[in-house]
Design a protein around this ligand. Structure first.
Ligand code: SR1
Ligand code: MG
Length: 419
C-alpha cells in the first residue's frame, strides 16, 4: 500500500444519524445511565463546528454527553476522502494526557473502534473560546489555563520526566497519526509557500503579500527549517491543533478539546499555534480594549507555560526524577547550572513558538482553512487591510529571526502593527 492510499473503512462502520446515535448510546449501559430516563426522551443536537467530524450534544434527564464520529471524508468537503482513525488518536491522546492535566481537558467516557465514535463529557455550559472572543467576551483566566495545559502535557510526555523507554513507546504510537499529520504538513507547513489550488484569500488586495511570502528566499529558508523541526524534533506529545477553536470556556472553567491531531513534535508548535491564533484575533479586533485583552492573553499564556514547565522541571530534579534528558544527577547540586540549562531550552522553545505562530497566521489567511475572526469586520477592503497587516508581521518574523527573540517583544511589535 502506498503511504497515501486510503485503507478501507471497517465493514461495521456507518455514519450515524440522530436515530443511530440514540440507539448507539442506549446500547452502552454506562452512557445510558449517565443520560438517564428512556432513550426516547433524550435531546440530540448537532453542534459540528470543526472541519473534520460530526459532533452532537445529547441531554437526558440525568446528564449529558458529547458524541463525536469520524467521517470517511473531510466534513466540510465530502470530496476530500480520509481514513477514519482520527477519533482513535483523539481517544488515545485523552487517555495519555488526562492524568497530567486533570480537568483542563475532558473526561473520556467511551470509544467504539468499529464506528470510530468517541464519547466525552458534555461541556454544554461552555462556549468555544474563538466564538466568545469574536463576540467581545473576556475570560481572564483562560489563557493561563491553556499555558498550564501545554506545560503539563509537554513536560510529562518529554524525556525530562521519564525514561526514554516509556517516552518513546508513547511517542511511537502517535507517530502513527499520519493522516492528520499529513494535513498539518500540507496545510500549515507547505501550501502557503507554493502555488496550490487549496490556497485562497478574500481579496486581490492580498495577492502581493501572498506572493511575497511565497517567494521571499529568507522566508523559504526558515519555513524549510521549521518543516524539518516539526518532523524531526520529538520533544513531547503535542496536541497538534491548539487554536482558539480547540478551547472551551465558562466563567470558572477552561478545557482544551479536540486532540485528534496529537503527534510527537517540538513543544513550540503547540505554543505557536495558540499564540498565532491570539495574534489573528488581535489583528481582527476593531477596538483597543479587545486588542489589549489579546496581548494580555498572549502574555499570560506564555508566563503560565514558562513558569509551570520550569517548576515541574525543578521539582523533578530536586526529587531525583528519572528523566533521561537533563538527568537529575547532572543538576541536583548545581541550581545555577539547571537555571542556565532551562534558559537555553526555553530559548529554543521561544524561537520555535514565534516561527510557528507566524506560519499559523499565514495559513489561516491565505491557506485552505481560514479563521472566522476577521468576519467581524463588515467592510471587505478593511478586512483585507487587517489581514495584510497580520501577514506582513508574519512574513517579517519568518524572514528575520532576530526581529523579536522574546514573547514580550512579539507582543509589543504586534500591538504596534495592529493599531
Ligand atoms: C482539512 S482540515 C483543516 C484544518 O482543520 C483542522 O482544525 C486543522 O486546523 C486543519 O488544519
Ligand atoms: Mg479541531
Amino acid at each position: 500500500m502506498s503511504p497515501h492510499s486510503l485503507p478501507p473503512a471497517p465493514a461495521a462502520y456507518r455514519t450515524l444519524d440522530t436515530d443511530g446515535i440514540r440507539a448507539f448510546l442506549a446500547g452502552v449501559p454506562t452512557l445510558a445511565t449517565r443520560l438517564g430516563g428512556p432513550a426516547a426522551h433524550w435531546r440530540i443536537r448537532e453542534v459540528s463546528d470543526g472541519n473534520l467530524n460530526n459532533v452532537f450534544l445529547i441531554d437526558g434527564p440525568q446528564g449529558g454527553v458529547c458524541f463525536k464520529q469520524s467521517l470517511p471524508h473531510v466534513r466540510v468537503d465530502p470530496a476530500w476522502k480520509m481514513p477514519l482513525d482520527r477519533t482513535f488518536y483523539e481517544a488515545a491522546y485523552l487517555r495519555e494526557i488526562r492524568p497530567c492535566v486533570g480537568a483542563l481537558t475532558t473526561d473520556i467516557l467511551h470509544f467504539d473502534p468499529d464506528l470510530f465514535v468517541l464519547v466525552v463529557e458534555s461541556l454544554d455550559r461552555h462556549v468555544v473560546l474563538r466564538r466568545g472572543l469574536m463576540a467581545g467576551g473576556d475570560w481572564p483566566d483562560a489563557a493561563r489555563a491553556v499555558g498550564a495545559f501545554v506545560a503539563r502535557g509537554a513536560f510529562h510526555t518529554s524525556l525530562l520526566a521519564a525514561p526514554f523507554e516509556e517516552i518513546t513507546r508513547r511517542l511511537d504510537v502517535f507517530s502513527g497519526n499520519r493522516t492528520l499529520t499529513r494535513i498539518t504538513v500540507d496545510l500549515v507547513l507547505t501550501d502557503p509557500y507554493r502555488d496550490h489550488p487549496r490556497n485562497h484569500w478574500i481579496s486581490p488586495d492580498l495577492d502581493g503579500i501572498a506572493a511575497d511570502i511565497r517567494t521571499d528566499p529568507h522566508v523559504r529558508r526558515r519555513v524549510g527549517a521549521m518543516q524539518a523541526r516539526f518532523l524531526t524534533c520529538r520533544q513531547a506529545l503535542l496536541h497538534g491543533d491548539l487554536h482558539t477553536g480547540s478551547v472551551m470556556v465558562a466563567d470558572d472553567d477552561t478545557r482544551v478539546i479536540d486532540g485528534e491531531f496529537a503527534c510527537p513534535g517540538p513543544i513550540g508548535f503547540d505554543c505557536g499555534l495558540f499564540i498565532g491564533n491570539l495574534l489573528l484575533h488581535l489583528f481582527a479586533c476593531g477596538d483597543s480594549a479587545g486588542q489589549d485583552r489579546a496581548v494580555r492573553d498572549i502574555a499570560q499564556f506564555w508566563a503560565s507555560f514558562h513558569d509551570t514547565f520550569g517548576e515541574l522541571w525543578r521539582t523533578a530534579t530536586r526529587h531525583d526524577g528519572n528523566g533521561d534528558a537533563y538527568a537529575a544527577a547532572l543538576f541536583r547540586d548545581d541550581p545555577s547550572g539547571l537555571q542556565q540549562a532551562q534558559a537555553d531550552f526555553m530559548r529554543d522553545v521561544t524561537a520555535d513558538t514565534i516561527a510557528f505562530a507566524a506560519m499559523e497566521i499565514i495559513r489561516r489567511i491565505v491557506g485552505y482553512a481560514h479563521v472566522p475572526d476577521f468576519d467581524t469586520i463588515p467592510d471587505r477592503a478593511a478586512r483585507a487591510g487587517r489581514q495584510a497587516a497580520a501577514l506582513a508581521l508574519a512574513r517579517d518574523l519568518l524572514a528575520d529571526p532576530d526581529i523579536v527573540t522574546t514573547i514580550a517583544d512579539l507582543e509589543s511589535l504586534a500591538r504596534g502593527r495592529a493599531r
